[in-house]
Structure formats: structure tokens, C-alpha cells
Design a protein around this ligand. Structure first.
Ligand code: AMP
Length: 211
């Protein structure tokens, strides 16, 4: 299966992508993770991407398209994958159609008031990158990772004003992809309020009717 996951910031996209990848044994490719890794290693790409990411803006299409094309050409992902965070604009979707057309696109949707609460509550482990949420999936001890014991932190782009901006950017630049993929007949949708398990059940149900 070649699956694209769409959803606004705070829709639980990253968490569900990990679950879907485990369930169907697909490589999970998150463009946000690849970009953050480049920022932390201070690569040329990381230096160019950082200022956009810190402001909650999208990194320019040509950089992200090249990066994703390169990643999808690697051995583990030539056949099946789940793409989390790409495409985010119509030009990115058009580019993807040329080098690796998706078979199914899953759209996670939720009320916008929930989005801000969820993003602002997200914490990630500085070391193993495990993801928590102080409202729906808290760690056992405050600000300490259950898995590896390292400190939890908040991503700069999860601060409330940045989250609001990221949601606006989503509405303007990424929402048009819902229409783009509906017209191609490959869009499926799942409501993403509720617990991680409930949302995952809805996703499995939505994917049952996919190609
Ligand atoms: P994410 O972890 O998917 O929320 O991505 C974090 C940030 O990385 C986004 O706010 C963007 O600045 C950048 N980013 C990730 N994927 C893309 C993409 N496909 N196009 C442009 N920017 C992206």
C-alpha cells in the first residue's frame, strides 16, 4: 500500500501514522522528522528549512520535493510506504504523482478548537522521540519519558501562537488537497476526535474500502 496521510496540525496525524505503519508493516516516512533531523545536524537543508519551520511556515516546495523523492528512492520504500506530512501543497501533490503516485489518501478531520488544545499539549522525548500528550496520553511521571527516562520537551512549533499560524497555513495551502484527491477518487476520511484507539479503529474501517 502507498498511503498518504493528510490532516491539520493537532489531528493526531503523526501518532496514527506510527500505528498504521506498525499494523501494515509499512515504512513510515515523515517529512517533518526528516527536516527536524536535518536541522539538528545543521546540514545545508536544515539551515535553509529552520527559519520557515520556526515560524510555522511551509518549507519551499522545491526543497521538500527533492528531499522526499530522494527518500522514496531508498531500498526500503520503493514499493510500499506511508507518507506523513507530504504533500502539503498542490504543486507537491503534482510532483508526487510523477515520481510515486499514492494509491490511497486518508484525511483526518476534527473541529478546529480541539486542534489548538492538542498541539499545545504535545510533548516529545528529547532522546527517543516518543510522543505524549498531557491531556490524552500523559507520561507516568511529569515531563519524563516512560520509554527511556529522558526529559520531555515541547516543540517550538507547538507553542500556541505558532500552532494558530500553522492551522491557517494548513487551511490555505493544504486543504485544497482534499479536493485534489477526491477528484482522483482515492480520498478516504476518518474523524480524529477521541482516544488513539478509537481513531485507529475508524482508520482501519476507512481503509477497508480502499483499493
Ligand atoms: P510536521 O512534523 O509534519 O508537523 O512538520 C513540521 C514542519 O516541517 C512544518 O510546519 C513545516 O514547516 C515543515 N514541513 C514538513 N513537511 C513539509 C512539507 N511537505 N512541505 C513544506 N514544509 C513541510
Amino acid at each position: 500500500m502507498r498511503l498518504v496521510l493528510l490532516g491539520p496540525p493537532g489531528s493526531g496525524k503523526g501518532t496514527q501514522a506510527v500505528r498504521i505503519a506498525q499494523h501494515f508493516k509499512l515504512p513510515h516516512i515523515s517529512t517533518g522528522d526528516i527536516l527536524r533531523d536535518n536541522v539538528s545536524r545543521n546540514t545545508e537543508l536544515g539551515k535553509k528549512a529552520k527559519s520557515f519551520m520556526d515560524k510555522g511556515l511551509l518549507v519551499p516546495d522545491e526543497l521538500v520535493v527533492e528531499m522526499t523523492k530522494h527518500r522514496l528512492a531508498q531500498k526500503d520504500s520503493q514499493k510500499d510506504w506511508i507518507l506523513d506530512g507530504f504533500p502539503r501543497t498542490v504543486p507537491q501533490a503534482e510532483a508526487l504523482d510523477k515520481f510515486a503516485p499514492p494509491e490511497v489518501v486518508l484525511n483526518l478531520f476534527i473541529e478546529s478548537a480541539e486542534l489548538i488544545k492538542r498541539s499545545a499539549g504535545r510533548r516529545i522525548c528529547a532522546k527517543c522521540k516518543a510522543v505524549y500528550n498531557i491531556h490524552s496520553n500523559p507520561p507516568k511521571a511529569e515531563d519524563v519519558c516512560d520509554k527511556c527516562g529522558a526529559d520531555l520537551m515541547q516543540r517550538d512549533d507547538d507553542k500556541e501562537d505558532v500552532v494558530r499560524h500553522r492551522i491557517e497555513v494548513y487551511e490555505e495551502q493544504t486543504r485544497p488537497l482534499v479536493k485534489f484527491y477526491t477528484q482522483k477518487g482515492i480520498l478516504r476520511s476518518a474523524y480524529s476526535a477521541g482516544t488513539i484507539d478509537q481513531v485507529f479503529e475508524r482508520i482501519l474501517e476507512a481503509l477497508k474500502h480502499s483499493p
